[in-house]
Ligand binder design. Structure first.
Ligand code: JFZ
Length: 431
């Protein structure tokens, strides 16, 4: 009798432990992942009350502004020139298919109307409007996906108790359970109230790696509310159970140029890499480190070739306008995408590994060799091409390109090619 009872307990325990640890994405979620990978190019937006100071989103921390002083910024935040329609049009013009925007950054200010903190744009600013709702509605209207950036780290809330030592998975001061509940409540609002929301982009985990973040509960809640929401977390570690995509900050997957990605092995999930258009995430009035159109296109192409999306960030100004330098650059990128998007959207990468001369994307029995650095020798080599190549053309004008297929790979002769200054695209048809 006792034995039987123990067995049942063990079975029940084993079952529930299993159910908790293994996340199985739904068919809708898997379809959302495919769609996510097809989109390839997104707009990242860092916008908050910090934008007023024109010194990036870390200004409160970097300048050691006390929370109570920083909070006054809310009184001055009144982005009269904000127009959701313009932002969505801006993204579309650039050839972007989704927007990821800061709903709440490390300063803890909610850029959306929330019942769970009065420190939000509707209640604490003279603006009294919810720009994220306006953006979500406009995104839905114009067929753009919306993802929300959400910070786990909070510099100001007493229940988070920033700076407090962590013991047994909790900060010694503060009220950790309350903080976790607060985040769940806000995430519920973001997922249930805002149309077009398809993803949550977490950040700030790295600030407390020894705390219990209850990610299983948070992820579980999100997927319960909407199983097709894509969850990603900028924790800079290997993918955790319950996540739907993996992100790389300021880095192409496989590189570790910033030192952020040492622990983040490339997993099996869809990939996304984010980068700034100048040097800052949030509006920085003194940052004129603008990337060129060529740098941006090369980043996008390099990401696609490595099977990753490219999420390019801008920091709009406190009045709600996007500075003209960004608009000018992205209009040119958009023109390039109009012409060449076929070789990017809906493709997959890593079919052939990145080469010294560039990368290869593929879809529908077609390979696109993106030559970013024309080799010195008069040919390109594509190793280990599976299938028979029947035709090779220059994507720009459809003219035939000489080639030779051997068991070890394909040689493409570049001597008669007119190289493009940004990206010479060669199309190979596989039978
Ligand atoms: C994080 C944020 O802190 C930053 O403000 C911005 O939102 C960016 C997209 O994400 O940046 C980080 C996060 C972690 C490290 C560095 C930058 N880190 O662990 O070194």
């Amino acid at each position: 009798m006792i034995k039987k009872f123990t067995l049942i307990v063990l079975l029940l325990y084993g079952f529930s432990a299993n159910a908790q640890s293994a996340y199985t994405p739904t068919a809708d979620n898997l379809a959302a992942r495919e769609n996510f990978q097809d989109m390839k190019f997104g707009l990242f937006i860092h916008w908050g009350i910090y934008s007023i100071l024109g010194d990036g989103e870390w200004v409160m921390h970097n300048e050691k502004i006390p929370y109570d002083s920083y909070k006054r910024l809310a009184d001055f935040f009144n982005p009269q020139a904000f127009d959701a329609k313009e932002w969505v049009a801006f993204a579309k013009r650039a050839g972007m298919k989704y927007i990821t925007i800061t709903a709440r950054h490390h300063d803890g200010f909610s850029m959306f109307g929330t019942k769970f903190s009065s420190y939000n744009i509707v209640d604490a600013t003279p603006y009294h409007r919810d720009p994220l709702m306006e953006l979500a509605q406009e995104c839905q209207k114009q067929g753009i996906e919306l993802h929300f950036y959400y910070s786990l780290l909070d510099w100001g809330r007493p229940d988070y108790a920033f700076g407090s030592p962590i013991v047994n998975g909790k900060p010694t001061q503060g009220d950790w359970d309350n903080y976790i509940k607060f985040m769940k409540d806000q995430l519920t609002e973001l997922i249930t109230k805002y149309p077009a929301v398809k993803g949550i982009w977490f950040d700030g985990y790295w600030e407390r790696t020894d705390v219990n973040w209850h990610l299983d509960e948070i992820y579980g809640l999100i997927h319960k509310l909407n199983p097709s929401i894509l969850i990603g977390n900028n924790h800079h570690e290997a993918v955790k159970d319950g996540e739907d995509f993996q992100m790389f900050e300021k880095d192409l997957p496989g590189n570790n140029s910033t030192g952020f990605s040492a622990k983040s092995k490339i997993g099996a999930l869809p990939l996304e890499t984010c980068e700034t258009i100048n040097y800052s995430w949030g509006f920085n009035i003194n940052d004129r480190n603008y990337k060129s159109t060529k740098q941006i296109i090369n980043y996008l192409v390099n990401a696609a070739g490595r099977n990753a999306n490219f999420l390019l960030n801008i920091g709009p100004m406190p009045n709600g306008k996007i500075q003209p330098e960004f608009a000018d650059t992205l209009a040119i990128v958009g023109n390039w995408m109009q012409k060449n998007g076929e070789t990017i959207y809906g493709t997959r990468g890593n079919f052939i590994a990145a080469q010294p001369w560039g990368v290869v994307t593929y879809k529908n029995k077609t390979l696109y060799a993106h030559v970013l650095n024309m080799p010195k020798q008069p040919y390109l080599f594509l190793p280990e091409v599976k299938g028979k190549i029947t035709k090779v053309t220059l994507f720009a004008d459809g003219s035939n390109v000489k080639f030779k297929q051997q068991p070890e790979g394909v040689f493409i002769y570049t001597d008669s090619l007119k190289p493009d200054a940004v990206d010479t695209i060669i199309q190979l048809t596989i039978n």
